[in-house]
Each structure stands twice: as structure tokens, then as C-alpha cells.
Design a protein around this ligand. Structure first.
Ligand code: GLU
Length: 418
């Protein structure tokens, strides 16, 4: 197996190849599905609060639009690269196909450190970035959403900037908006809710009780915090360890998650939360727990730490948290891994619900959203599990088989233009 040399897109290609080989994918479709359709790079000059002008580089990649408009979040992070955004856009393609929703895959990223920027600077950057890509996005073309370090307020600015350009309010150009302006009830919690469902279904398959199961979580942003909360309150699991960018906390009897969320909101970290012992990331991975949830960034579970992992089940809240060699090692040791493109797909599934509601101008109750989400997630989990049993492959390869097959069928049906 070729080394990925640190390329995240290279890791995606390795995962793709394994599944495409099993599917006997013809070379032409193979070539199409391993190339991004469109990659846009823009420079965004912003006047900072100190009066100086900074230029920020932004990307929007539309990886594949065979099944529908490109769909995927926008992330603000100093480590953003075109390689990363392209991999994330490819993963969105497979995620939407696994979730069985009519979208292609896209992703955006801006190289910046929002923790060091004022609210006004973040708004200015968002509006300039959207203005630079305004011709490429739209309800029928490409629909952004939140991702790392972006939130509902930023999506409101995306919606407003696009609407000002086209001359009328267009809520369905972006999802993950505040509920007051066309957002969907349940969207903010959706990714965490889906992780809870994936954990519950995995526990049933592997053969342990979710009630009383122990859980360790890396990352305490929207995905990590909501999944911790729902796993504790709705599924009866015990969250024993959480780490974030600054530090972490451990309590063998279980952390009080609602209090931890409150603490993290005030301190911007879980570090120092009273009534728990300090914990670092290295030791989080070594915990003797039933479930490990990486919910931070890519390339976190590598061959440096995978041999020490003791969890029975890994539920990937982040996109691309496990390197291909660590994935093989863990699978060979019998660890049941629910891959990102399945585990965290409820976020984009509920984005699809939001887009549908915006286009209808008719909104669902939270109960309706959650019931439809539960049905979609269970359908996707069942399809991937059946495929993994049929082909005797791990859940990641199975998820790729389901996704590639769906996109390939439509690619063949549509045929070649010109
Ligand atoms: N950023 C999320 C993801 O990686 C959500 C994307 C969306 O809702 O379009 O799946």
C-alpha cells in the first residue's frame, strides 16, 4: 500500500481504491471519481481592527456534483490547505451518497485563526469570502454549512451576503442557519445525535449494553459536546474522559456533561473543570473504555497511538481522524470502527432537511426532524453493515462500496457529455 506522505487527499484515495477494487469499478469511472470537479482559490483582503490590511486565502472545492448540488461546510483554521479541503470535499461526496440524500460533495476553508479575530473581522472575512465565490454557490449549485470554527451566525452572514448579491432573500443557499432565518430545528444537535445513534447501533452489533457503557471523547466543539450530552442523557452511557485543544478531564464515575458544557462555554476549554482529574490526549486514547469518539481534526489516530487504544468501538465524529495504516491495525485487532462518512452523516442529512424546508417554505417540528433523522441514520447504518457482512470487509470499506456504487450508477446513467 502506497504511503500517503501526509497528504489527506492521498489517504482518501487509499480508502477509495480499496473499495473500488472490490466493486470492480471500470477505469473510466474510477478516473472521474478520483478527480475534483472544481477547485477555487480566492484572496480576501480585510481591513483589521488595527487599521492594517490582511489578505486571507480561501478555498471552495466542488468535488463531485453527479447526485445534486455540491454540499459541505466551510472551516476557518490556520492549518487549512487545498489538499485538506479537496479531501474533505471528496468525503462529503461519499457521505451524501451513504446518507442517501440528493447532493454531491463540496467543502470550503479559509486560512485564518478565528480565536485571534474580533467578531467584526470574522464578519468582514465571511462576507468577502462569500463575495469572491458568489457565482459558484447557490441553492442548485453548491450549498455551504458550518464546519470547524464556523457556526449559525456565520451562516447568517453567508446567507445575507449571497442574498444582497442576487437581490432577494435566498435562505436555501446555506444550511446550519439560525432557526429564526430559515434554519431547521435539530440541525445544531444533528451530528451529535447521529453519533449517539451510531454508538447505540454499534453496541447492539458488537454485543454490549449502551446503558452504562464508558465513553472517551477527543474534541468538545459542537460535535463532541452534543454527542457527550445525548449519550449521557438519552442513551445512559458514562462519559469518563474528554480532551480538547487545551487539556482534558477524567472521572471514572462519569463527568457531569451539562455542567462541563457550561464550563467550556465560559472558559473556551474543558481544562480545569472542577471535580475531575487532568487528562491529556495521549492518555485519553489509552483509556480502558467501551467507546472512543475522535471529534476533533484529521490524522489524530495514527500508528503512534493506535496500538495503545483499548476501546471496543470507535465512532468517528471528525472527518478523517484515522490514518489508513492505523485503521488497518485497529480492524485487524477486532476494533469496530464506524467511519466518518457514516458516523457523522446526520449533520448533512439534517442540512438536507433544512434545504427542503427552506425551498418549501414550510417548517417541521423538532420531533419530525429527529424522527426522520433516526430513520435515515438507521437506513444508512443497516446498508453499510449488510455490505460489510456480504463482502467481509470493515465498515469503512463497506461505506465506500455503498457510496461509490451509488455515484457510479448515476454517472453511467447520465453518460458522457461531448
Ligand atoms: N461540516 C459538516 C460535515 O462535515 C456538515 C456539512 C453540511 O451540513 O453540509 O459533514
Amino acid at each position: 500500500m502506497a504511503a500517503t506522505n501526509g497528504s489527506i487527499f492521498g489517504a482518501m484515495l487509499q480508502e477509495f481504491d480499496g473499495a473500488a477494487r472490490i466493486l470492480n469499478l471500470e477505469p473510466g469511472i474510477w478516473k472521474i471519481l478520483t478527480h475534483p470537479k472544481r477547485q477555487i482559490t480566492v484572496s480576501c483582503p480585510i481591513q483589521m481592527d488595527n487599521g492594517e490590511i490582511e489578505v486571507f486565502t480561501g478555498y471552495r472545492v466542488q468535488y463531485n456534483i453527479t447526485l445534486g448540488p455540491a454540499k459541505g461546510g466551510i472551516r476557518y483554521h490556520p492549518g487549512v490547505t487545498l489538499d485538506e479541503v479537496t479531501a474533505l470535499a471528496a468525503w462529503m461526496t461519499w457521505k451524501c451518497a451513504v446518507a442517501h440524500i440528493p447532493f454531491g460533495g463540496g467543502k470550503g476553508g479559509v486560512i485564518c485563526d478565528p480565536t485571534k479575530m474580533s467578531k467584526r473581522e470574522i464578519e468582514a472575512l465571511t462576507r468577502r469570502y462569500v463575495a469572491e465565490i458568489v457565482d459558484a454557490i447557490g441553492p442548485e449549485k453548491d450549498v455551504p454549512a458550518p464546519d470547524v470554527n464556523t457556526n449559525a451566525q456565520i451562516m447568517a452572514w453567508v446567507m445575507d451576503t449571497y442574498s444582497m448579491h442576487v437581490g432577494h432573500t435566498t435562505t436555501s443557499v446555506v444550511t446550519g442557519k439560525p432557526v429564526e432565518l430559515g434554519g431547521s430545528l435539530g440541525r445544531r444537535e444533528a451530528t451529535g445525535r447521529g453519533l449517539m445513534i451510531a454508538t447505540r447501533e454499534s453496541a447492539r452489533h458488537v454485543g454490549f449494553d449502551i446503558k452504562g457503557a464508558t465513553v472517551a471523547i477527543q474534541g468538545f466543539g459542537n460535535v463532541g459536546s452534543v454527542s457527550a450530552d445525548l449519550l449521557m442523557r438519552e442513551a445512559g452511557a458514562i462519559i469518563v474522559g474528554v480532551v480538547d485543544w487545551k487539556g482534558g478531564v477524567f472521572n471514572a464515575k462519569g463527568l457531569d456533561v451539562p455542567k462541563l458544557i457550561e464550563y467550556a462555554q465560559q472558559h473556551h476549554t474543558v481544562d480545569g473543570f472542577p471535580g475531575a482529574d487532568p487528562l491529556n490526549c495521549e492518555n485519553l486514547f489509552k483509556l480502558d473504555v467501551d467507546v472512543l469518539i475522535p471529534a476533533a481534526l484529521e490524522n489524530q489516530i495514527t500508528m503512534d497511538n493506535a496500538p495503545a487504544i483499548r476501546a471496543k468501538v470507535i465512532i468517528e465524529g471528525a472527518n478523517g481522524p484515522t490514518t489508513p495504516d492505523a485503521n488497518r491495525h485497529l480492524h485487524d485487532r477486532g476494533v469496530f470502527i464506524v467511519p466518518d462518512i457514516l458516523a457523522n452523516s446526520s449533520g448533512v442529512t439534517t442540512s438536507y432537511f433544512e434545504w427542503v424546508q427552506d425551498r418549501y417554505g414550510y417548517f417541521w417540528t423538532e420531533k419530525e426532524v429527529n424522527e426522520r433523522l433516526e430513520a435515515k441514520m438507521c437506513e444508512a447504518f443497516g446498508a453499510v453493515l449488510q455490505t460489510s457482512l456480504k463482502y467481509k470487509v470493515d465498515m469503512r470499506t463497506a461505506a465506500y462500496i455503498v457510496a461509490i456504487n451509488r455515484v457510479a450508477i448515476v454517472t453511467r446513467m447520465r453518460g458522457m457529455y461531448a
